[in-house]
Design a protein around this ligand. Structure first.
Ligand SMILES: Nc1ncnc2c1ncn2[C@@H]1O[C@H](COP(=O)(O)OP(=O)(O)OP(=O)(O)O)[C@@H](O)[C@H]1O
Ligand SMILES: [Mg+2]
Length: 281
């Protein structure tokens, strides 16, 4: 499903003395079947932007099209929003805080029941989703509160993946996790993408942008400051975005400046760098 955002603006507390224009005339195409990262300084509008994608926030003006669905400020046009939320599902930052059922399996089944699945079918699909995120059967009947941070995060992701969305949006999916926990989540994201899902992730981690994303969008004060590939972003002037260049990218640039010709656009990990260096020998 194609995502097309046209002239989207969003104002919080509109027409009050405290109004904040969080998005200003944003137009974007987000590619289907790819991993797109959304980055930018705190308060730049990233979370606001993703919440307009499935109508959790309705645009103040402009529109979002997701496949055949349309999100606008005209109530009548947004009739199929519940359906849209199943196709484009959002995993919020710290989703584990939203776990509340008495067992892991019931928590994952909760969303499915909301979409009309009967208990037995919902539990069956919940088990399938838990298996997909690598949560062992021995956890199914346990309380979600007994799990580690990374396990809780995976259970929360299972609750979303169980709905089988075409598009999976994750707001800072690795925030607060240790490197091992982060790696498990990122591998899962990669797996879902390989299975054909479009992935959109909000992150502050430039290594994730370089290693995992096909495209990157930089938000700055509610506007799109850059859209393109990670290598184009990090090769250009990023001084106004308050972001860092990943160490690997700096190193590759250094090698280039020493006369070692590399295809920088294809280097996303140390393994990519090693294989290009091997080819040169
Ligand atoms: N519920 C709200 N009420 C009023 N203003 C809000 C609300 N939520 C966000 N804002 C304001 O809207 C702007 C954009 O916020 P948003 O949360 O989209 O930024 P963000 O890029 O996700 O930031 P962060 O990196 O800190 O998560 C900020 O100025 C913020 O203060
Ligand atoms: Mg945010």
């Amino acid at each position: 499903m194609q995502i097309k955002i046209s002239n989207l603006s969003y104002t919080y507390l509109a027409k009050t003395p405290n109004e904040v224009e969080a998005l200003h005339n944003v137009s974007l195409d987000i590619p289907e079947g790819k991993i797109t990262s959304i980055i930018g300084h705190t308060g730049s509008g990233k979370s606001t932007l993703i919440q307009t994608l499935n109508g959790l926030l309705l645009p103040t003006s402009g529109e979002v099209r997701v496949g055949e669905f349309v999100v606008t400020n005209k109530k009548k046009k947004n009739k199929r929003i519940k359906e849209l939320r199943k196709s484009l599902a959002i995993v919020f930052q710290f989703p584990e805080y939203q776990l509340f059922e008495e067992t892991v399996e019931k928590d994952v089944a909760f969303g499915l029941k909301n979409y009309g699945y009967k208990e037995v079918e919902a539990i069956k699909l919940a088990h399938k989703a838990l298996e997909e995120v690598g949560i062992d059967k021995s956890f199914y009947k346990r309380s979600p509160f007994e799990l580690s941070g990374g396990e809780k995060r995976r259970v929360a992701i299972a609750g979303i993946i169980a709905l089988n969305p075409d598009i999976l949006v994750l707001d800072e999916p690795t925030a607060g996790l240790d490197p091992k926990g982060s790696k498990i989540i990122l591998n899962l994201i990669n797996k879902f993408n390989k299975e054909g899902k479009t992935i959109i992730l909000v992150t502050h981690d430039m290594n994730i942008v370089l290693n995992y994303s096909d495209f990157v969008i930089v938000m700055n004060d509610g506007k799109v400051a850059f859209e393109g590939t990670p290598s184009d972003l990090f090769s250009g002037d990023i001084s106004t975005y308050s972001i860092d260049v990943p160490e690997l990218f700096k190193f590759v640039k250094l090698l280039e400046s020493k006369g070692i010709k590399l295809d920088i656009s294809k280097i996303r990990s140390i393994d990519d760098l090693i294989s290009q260096l091997k080819e040169k020998r």
